[in-house]
Design a protein around this ligand. Structure first.
Ligand SMILES: *Cc1c(COP(=O)(O)O)cnc(C)c1O
Length: 362
């Protein structure tokens, strides 16, 4: 008898992906492992501890609270906070987290907190906008910034930017333009800081721009945004559930809320204990999404409920209690499943709610 709904986190797959990414890099290029959003919906603490031992150089999170959770778990290596908020800065310092400083407003706020704490010098990573227009100083501010930082308590430990479309060959010219902008920074800030600009797809598609460090998220979790890259990687997370009940549905009978499916032939439906509250959005209903039972792909019948979905097992040899795979094995990758709802693996993975137990598999 299979267990209930769970998200299995396979550490051997994680090690494999870490090694595959490392293989793309020069020996002295550092890896920053991105652990934001519970490590892309998995388990930030488990993954952080594991990759710290495997030789990750840096960890990255979006917010200070995420970094504090990693420090509380005993993680020692440097942690970069990609999007710190001003009200969190004293907590950031208390937990030795390194901030991305992306504007004058956050730089001045940080300097104020450092002055109050009588901290003489604190490591920061300066973030520049090179075309994403999300976070970052203007490249034109580089000289003024350098001048300002000569008498600042903030010490430039790193210099970074973020690219908009590394996975998209149609945007190659644009991306090369972003990289050219980034190249204007080293002559100003010198050789000492760690320069980093690439995410997972950048590592594979722009090997000439690895600089001192790369920042990898999705690749570590097993997805490469393009077929050739995904083939090198193994999905780390497998979302599984079980069959709770099987119904024989007669012609004309309906399944689920608002009679979302009406049988036009005798149908067997299996009810599964996983729904939109667990991260399987309503967009996957009415056949847009499918699950795998004993190696067969079977569509979702009708609407996705909060705690359940029903799937079509008419032609499948299966019983109540049997195992079901939502995504993450060779037959059904998160990338493929996400595509059916016009979204990407990132969203499907990070949507798995905290109600679903995470099970670490070593
Ligand atoms: C999330 C994020 C990354 C990781 O991107 P992947 O495509 O998952 O490798 C890198 N850098 C920044 C600034 C990010 O926000």
């Amino acid at each position: 008898m299979a267990e209930g709904t769970r998200f299995e986190i396979h550490l051997p797959a994680l090690r494999h992906n870490f090694q595959q990414i490392k293989k793309q890099l020069q020996n002295d290029t550092k890896i920053l492992v991105v652990l934001k959003a519970f490590a892309y919906g998995s388990d930030a603490t488990a993954i952080g501890r594991f990759l710290e031992k495997e030789g990750a150089d840096y960890l990255g999170v979006a917010y200070v609270r995420e970094g504090i959770a990693l420090r509380n778990a005993g993680i020692q290596i440097p942690i970069l906070v990609l999007h710190p908020q001003i009200h969190e800065l004293s907590n950031l310092i208390a937990h030795q987290l390194e901030p991305c400083v992306y504007s004058w407003r956050i730089l001045h706020a940080l300097e104020k907190v450092l002055a109050v704490q009588k901290t003489k010098t604190y490591p920061i990573h300066l973030k520049f906008n090179t075309g994403l227009h999300r976070l970052g100083f203007s490249i034109d501010d580089r000289h003024t910034l350098l001048q300002h930082l000569k008498s600042s308590s903030a010490h430039v430990q790193g210099v970074l930017s973020h690219l908009a479309a590394t996975e998209d060959p149609a945007e190659r010219t644009f991306t090369l333009g972003q990289l050219e902008q980034f190249d204007l920074l080293k002559p100003v800030f010198g050789d000492h800081p760690i320069y980093h600009v690439l995410n997972t797809s950048g590592v594979f598609n722009y090997p000439e721009a690895h600089h001192d460090m790369v920042r990898c998220g999705i690749g570590l979790y097993g997805y490469g945004n393009q077929k050739e890259v995904s083939e090198l990687l193994h999905p780390v997370g497998i979302l599984k559930t079980v069959i709770s009940q099987i119904h024989e549905v007669k012609v004309g009978d309906a399944v689920g809320y608002n009679r979302g499916f009406v049988a036009d032939k005798p149908t067997r439906s299996a009810t599964l204990p996983i729904g939109h509250a667990d991260g399987i959005g309503r967009l996957y209903g009415k056949g847009k999404g499918a699950v795998v039972i004993h190696g067969h792909k079977v569509p979702i019948l009708g609407n996705v409920c909060m705690d359940m979905i029903m799937v079509d097992v008419t032609n499948i040899d299966c019983q109540e209690g049997d195992e079901v795979i939502l995504f993450g094995d060779t037959q059904t990758s998160a990338e493929e499943v996400a595509e059916h709802a016009q979204t990407i693996s990132y969203e499907l993975l990070t949507a798995i709610s905290q109600r679903v137990p995470r099970v670490i598999v070593s």
